[in-house]
Write a protein that binds this ligand. Structure first.
Ligand SMILES: Cc1cc2nc3c(=O)[nH]c(=O)nc-3n(C[C@H](O)[C@H](O)[C@H](O)COP(=O)(O)OP(=O)(O)OC[C@H]3O[C@@H](n4cnc5c(N)ncnc54)[C@H](O)[C@@H]3O)c2cc1C
Length: 300
């Protein structure tokens, strides 16, 4: 339970329908894939239920996010943001913390086909963005966690390899300008946003803060909250729609005539490494992934 003064202030900021201390709601947020692994390592019973957050809040605007962070600072309460919430790392790590669920921030703000970037909010999924981009013959780097996860979370805050990494790299390399509510509650705009309202660059003027912002793996919610990000785009080497028939598990995908699929069997790890470098440098594979249990087969 939150301090009543803080609860009232949050209720006023967000509206009563966008804050909850209901045990059923809080329990839902505590149920996370992978918690059982951590618990088993600690010798505890392997349940998927972690800490219940003290409350759950659903902001809609960067200013509301800013207000929540300021109230947390004022009352000494920790907070944890989630975008689509795929795994234990988005859950609170102590019961005194509140969960900031960003699902109401769900807009594709801009698709700039000339300068090849898209600006998205936290709850836009890879599938939503991709289905808009292919209409323009464009695609983005999609992290391997899947089409239902958030490109904003991946690009700003967590890890970043995906099936197209041989062509599109790593999430951290595809970030352009960002809008970021830092832990003090101030709104920081990085890159070209510092001197204009354009999102095309993540650096400057002056020293870049991209390294501080996410480093290699991302701060996983430990450095404030990102409310918008611009993502680099690439040419989409396919038709403007997916030719799919049937449904799960018996669906079929029509491979475009100018695509080819190969399975390569490597004799050993040295050949695997050398081969992967060659595939990436030759720029011939949009997608490359290990496809056997031992990892020594690659599908491109
Ligand atoms: C089965 C499985 C497979 C996965 N495979 C991959 C993979 O191939 N490649 C890969 O890169 N990752 C992978 N992951 C890890 C992770 O789920 C991804 O990195 C994914 O991008 C997270 O997206 P999400 O929308 O679920 O983010 P969330 O789970 O919502 O957030 C991820 C982290 O970022 C923080 N965060 C989220 N939104 C914000 C925000 N707006 N501001 C500040 N912090 C924020 C959260 O607190 C959390 O720590 C996998 C996870 C699972 C469970």
């Amino acid at each position: 339970m939150l301090d009543r003064k803080m609860y009232k202030a949050l209720e006023k900021l967000l509206g009563p329908e966008n804050i909850s201390e209901d045990p059923a709601v809080r329990t839902t947020y505590s149920y996370q894939w992978c918690v059982e692994v951590d618990r088993a390592w600690r010798g505890e019973s392997p349940t998927r239920f972690g800490h219940l957050p003290a409350a759950v809040v659903l902001p809609k605007t960067p200013e509301e996010v800013q207000g929540i962070v300021r109230l947390c600072n004022e009352h000494g309460v920790k907070f944890k943001a989630l975008s689509t919430g795929f795994g234990a790392w988005n859950a609170v790590s102590s019961p005194e913390a509140i969960q900031i669920d960003l699902r109401r921030m769900n807009q594709i703000i801009e698709i700039n086909k000339d300068n090849m970037y898209a600006v998205v909010e936290p709850y836009v999924t890879n599938a939503q963005l991709h289905s808009q981009l292919i209409k323009y013959g464009l695609m983005h780097h999609m992290q391997g966690a899947g089409p239902q996860t958030s490109p904003l979370a991946s690009h700003t805050s967590m890890v970043g390899p995906g099936f197209t990494s041989s062509a599109t790299g790593f999430s951290g390399r595809n970030v352009r300008a960002v809008e970021w509510v830092i832990p003090t509650g101030d709104i920081l705009r990085l890159g070209s946003l510092t001197s204009s309202d354009a999102w095309f660059s993540g650096d400057g003027p002056g020293p870049s803060l991209r390294g501080v912002m996410r480093g290699l793996m991302g701060a996983m919610g430990g450095l404030g909250i990102f409310t918008k990000v611009a993502i680099k785009l690439y040419p989409w080497p396919g038709p403007p729609d997916w030719r799919v028939s049937g449904t799960i598990p018996n669906y079929e995908f029509e491979v475009p005539p100018f695509w080819k699929m190969y399975v390569i069997n490597w004799p050993d790890w040295d050949a695997f490494e050398a081969g992967y470098y060659q595939i990436a440098e030759a720029n011939v594979a949009m997608m490359a992934m290990s496809s056997s249990q031992e990892g020594l087969a690659t599908m491109i």
